[in-house]
Design a protein around this ligand. Structure first.
Ligand code: PLP
Ligand code: COI
Length: 361
């Protein structure tokens, strides 16, 4: 895949030493360490997309009146590249991230980055920072493309200048403490997204708006917030950076896409993998009442969260304003474990890629 726009390449003058790279890859954590380079592409109304560059990872320079700092036009994506058993690198469904990035841009009145430029950016960073892709199980190179408005001005309107950036970060487990069941707080005081709002976009403001509820969850001793619908405050939507699945024996249910939750790429992949495993899949609304009652009756056997960063994480305990309960026995269920094994096996190249999801750019 090539793009029409040429990318200039400026190597980092002082790249990390091999010892430093090995030290980071030995314990990458999440989002703490970044590779030597980044990709930038500019957009303005006259030239469209231009000045595509691969250069040293460095600070950005912005005018204090840059519109993103005031009115928040900022979107991002998250995808991962995995070291394959033969040493090559493959990324998981980058075309889907490219498409969702365009959808987020449309919602925020920002210019759409053509898919071939998105994919070429991924190809460029992987080519230049190949040595930063970990090979350990559970590890990958997390890619974070984002776009901000850079035009100087305080008028409230869509900006006429933007900057696209792609940075990359070696990643281990998203949650400190590795893969273990998490506890969740059902938020009825705060809402994440309302009908007609920005919930389906990967828009920075959605995350800013979630932080006070995340802090509340932490105060209640929980790891994460579960967001409910804004209108009735009883339909389960998603978590701060993950979608949710409910397992009823051999049936898996995930909240339907109502326009107020993020259409997760892991979510849509798991719907297909669950079918492959012979499970029945359903996309429908599920209420907090059903969650608690089906759990008490034993009908609900497992709940898990899923996303690029979080992979598949079991939900072991639920707290809400009126009480709390363990999900089944509070541990990791067998369907959760099976789906996790299938998904991560596929991503790391140990399971046949029947859906053609792994892309070598
Ligand atoms: N929901 C939210 C709010 C997210 O930020 C994410 C992470 O990207 C997800 C769900 C899961 O989406 P994906 O599986 O595409 O990573
Ligand atoms: C991702 O999984 O890529 C996310 O964006 C979730 C979170 C880190 C915000």
């Amino acid at each position: 895949m090539t793009s029409e726009l040429p990318f200039t390449r400026t190597p980092h003058p002082h790249p990390a030493t091999p010892e430093r790279v090995a030290e980071v890859l030995a314990k990458p954590g999440f989002g703490q360490h970044f590779t030597d380079h980044m990709v930038t592409i500019r957009w303005n109304r006259e030239k469209g997309w231009h000045d595509a560059e691969v250069g040293p990872y460095s600070s950005l320079s912005l005018d204090p009146a840059a519109m993103v700092l005031h009115y928040g036009q900022a979107i991002f994506e998250g995808l991962k590249a995995y070291r394959q058993p033969d040493g090559s690198i493959a990324s998981f469904r980058p075309e889907a991230n490219a498409e969702r990035f365009r959808a987020s841009a449309r919602r925020m009145a920002m210019p759409e980055l053509p898919d071939e430029l998105f994919l070429e950016s991924v190809r460029q960073i992987l080519a230049v920072d190949d040595r930063w892709v970990p090979s350990a199980e559970e590890e990958s190179l997390y890619l974070r493309p984002f776009m901000i408005s850079t035009e100087k001005g305080l008028g409230v309107r869509p900006a006429s200048e933007y900057l696209f950036v792609l940075i990359a970060s070696p990643a281990g487990s998203y949650f400190a403490g590795g893969v273990r069941p998490v506890s969740v707080w059902l938020s009825t005081e705060y809402v994440r997204a309302a009908p007609g709002g920005t919930g389906a976009a990967k828009f920075a403001g959605n995350y800013a708006a979630s932080l006070v509820a995340q802090a509340q969850a932490a105060e209640k001793g929980c790891d994460q917030v579960v967001w409910l619908d804004a209108v009735e405050r009883r339909w389960v939507e998603e978590m701060g950076g993950m979608n949710l699945f409910f397992v009823f024996g051999d049936k898996v249910v995930t909240p339907e896409l109502t326009g107020t939750l993020l259409p997760g790429i892991t979510r849509s992949s798991l719907l297909e993998l669950a079918s492959d495993l012979g499970l029945t899949v359903e996309e429908r609304r599920i209420s907090t009442d059903e969650w608690e009652k089906a759990n008490a009756s034993g009908e609900l056997t497992e709940v898990f969260a899923c996303g690029t960063a979080a992979v598949i994480t079991p939900v072991g305990h639920v707290k809400h304003a009126g009480g709390e309960f363990d999900v089944a026995d509070g541990g990791t269920g067998s369907v959760t474990a099976k789906l996790r094994e299938r998904l991560t096996g596929l991503q790391h190249g140990h399971v046949a890629d029947a859906h053609g999801w792994m892309t070598t750019l």
